[in-house]
Write a protein that binds this ligand. Structure first.
Ligand code: SF4
Ligand code: FE
Length: 487
């Protein structure tokens, strides 16, 4: 049965060849045991544990279109608009449970986008990428892989195309073509869950022209391939995770779960032919980028909504702890947060419900609505977080360290002066304030706010797509017809 448990997932990471990882200036020998990395693995592990939990199984699994087996939905090629909607439901659920980025969606989105594109390349070029890729998807389903959908190159000088860059390595490219495969070099930036993934599915980052042929490479490599180095992304307050005491856990805000972003460098990594899914077909790069981006912009209408639910819950809880839950302005603010959050969910569901079957056979979201979804995600979470900070009061940034609770003398003072509503445990109040700090300023803010802004493409990327798909000429005709204008 191709379904791993969280424990089996953790074991599978340990079985890999040693990875080269740099974090805080150190080479990390045992990533699965490092407190910062461990928290990010805990988030991915939920995607495995929930798949065999009877309560969540329906939304977390699907029937493979390739083998008929029950598989984790994260490895699934969407077969209907129901599948697309279930994906959004699944991501919302996971966001609610870990309060951060659970990393596995990029691989699911890449699988579906590359499935579409390999089919279309074969149609125009007579290549056999689609069969190769279908075999790869079968393997991903069977092994229940977490895959890093690796798209974003560092990009260097943004005014220049890949082949015009002073340093060609700022975009991943082919440096050697051999009979049995290719050798690639370059890097991918902001790679979500790269270390926690079994595989990297590497894709070009932009539409390319024929001069950029060497950059039109889509291929898969195991995450423990020789030549890969990981540079762990520093996140605010990350050192709090290294404080292993219970007090440190309180100051963490979300002690169990975290996200992961890395700069991944590919230094002459060999890719055999059966793992190459595009090699020089520049004119299809735009299609690949556009469909991957659309899927991932849909994803944000699920995961960020789930984390948004946690922010709303934190707002109501701290209001209760402060003794103001019944105040009319608090009710009004909670309603506003819910309205914004459910608007994002509506967009995620709408672009899914309006999805269509692709020539390759899987389902793609409505691209315009997916871009509208993500454009709203670049704004509404900031307002939701602003209201949460408003309700929390200033203590979420001025609260003394939880270490003061260790010393009975200082603990007495903290408990006396940081007490909230009658009957509320002061330590619980501090824990909730730290969670709020984490969600709106700390590590989880990377997954909630910064990622809402830039993940799946910065706001302008969506505006370009929205403009391109806005069909202004048709709309002009509608207006002219009503005004009885004949030109
Ligand atoms: Fe998944 Fe959201 Fe993280 Fe992207 S940001 S990988 S959609 S949880
Ligand atoms: Fe993301």
């Amino acid at each position: 049965m191709p379904l791993m448990t969280g424990k089996e997932y953790r074991d599978s990471l340990r079985k890999r060849k040693p990875l080269t990882i740099f974090l805080h200036g150190e080479k990390i020998e045992n990533p699965t045991e490092h407190p910062i990395i461990k928290a990010s693995i805990n988030s991915v592990a939920l995607t495995y544990d929930f798949a065999s939990d009877p309560q969540y199984r329906d939304v977390m699994t699907a029937k493979s279109s390739l083998t008929g087996n029950t598989i984790n939905r994260f490895c699934h090629l969407h077969q209907s608009t129901d599948d697309l909607q279930n994906k959004v439901r699944m991501l919302r659920l996971l966001g609610q449970k870990c309060g951060t980025c659970f990393q596995r969606c990029v691989g699911m989105d890449a699988l579906n986008a590359v499935f579409i594109t390999t089919y279309e390349i074969d149609q125009t070029h007579g290549t056999d990428y689609h069969d190769r890729f279908t075999e790869y998807v079968k393997l991903a389903e069977k092994k229940d892989w977490t895959i890093d959908g690796a798209m974003t190159d560092p990009k260097g000088d943004r005014s220049k195309r890949p082949s015009e860059q002073r340093d060609p390595d700022v975009y991943v490219h082919v440096v050697e073509r051999r009979k049995d495969g290719v050798v690639i070099r370059g890097a991918k930036a902001h790679q979500t869950g790269a270390i926690n993934s079994h595989e990297h599915l590497i894709m070009p980052t932009a539409s390319l022209q024929s001069e950029d042929r060497d950059y039109a490479i889509c291929c898969a490599v195991p995450s423990d391939s020789p030549g890969i180095t990981y540079y762990y992304g520093r996140q605010s307050s990350d050192m709090r995770r290294l404080d292993e005491s219970t007090e440190g856990d309180i100051d963490c805000g979300n002690p169990i779960y975290g996200g992961q972003e890395c700069l991944v460098v590919y230094d002459n990594v060999f890719v055999p032919n059966d793992r190459i899914f595009m090699n020089g077909e520049t004119e299809l790069c735009g299609r690949l980028v556009e469909s991957f981006a659309a899927y991932h912009r849909q994803s944000y209408g699920g995961c960020k909504v789930g984390v948004g639910d946690v922010l709303i819950g934190a707002a109501a809880t701290i209001a209760e702890y402060n003794g103001v839950l019944q105040a009319s302005h608090i009710r009004e603010k909670l309603t506003e947060m819910t309205h914004l959050n459910e608007t994002l969910y509506s967009c995620g569901m709408a672009c899914s419900a309006c999805g269509t079957k692709t020539p390759a056979g899987n389902y793609l979201v409505d691209i315009l609505l997916a871009n509208v979804c993500k454009q709203n995600v670049t704004r509404f979470p900031f307002e939701i977080a602003r209201i949460l900070q408003d309700i929390a009061g200033g203590l979420f940034v001025t609260c003394p360290s939880a270490r003061e609770l260790r010393n009975p003398q200082t603990r007495k003072v903290i408990e006396k002066y940081l007490a909230g509503a009658e009957g509320v445990d002061t330590v619980n109040r501090i824990k909730m304030l730290r969670l709020i700090e984490n969600l709106t300023l700390g590590r989880a803010a990377v997954g909630y706010l910064a990622e809402s802004m830039h993940g799946a493409g910065s706001p302008q990327a969506q505006r370009i797509m929205i403009h391109r798909l806005s069909n202004i000429e048709e709309k002009k005709k509608m207006a002219k017809q009503l005004a009885q204008i004949e030109e």
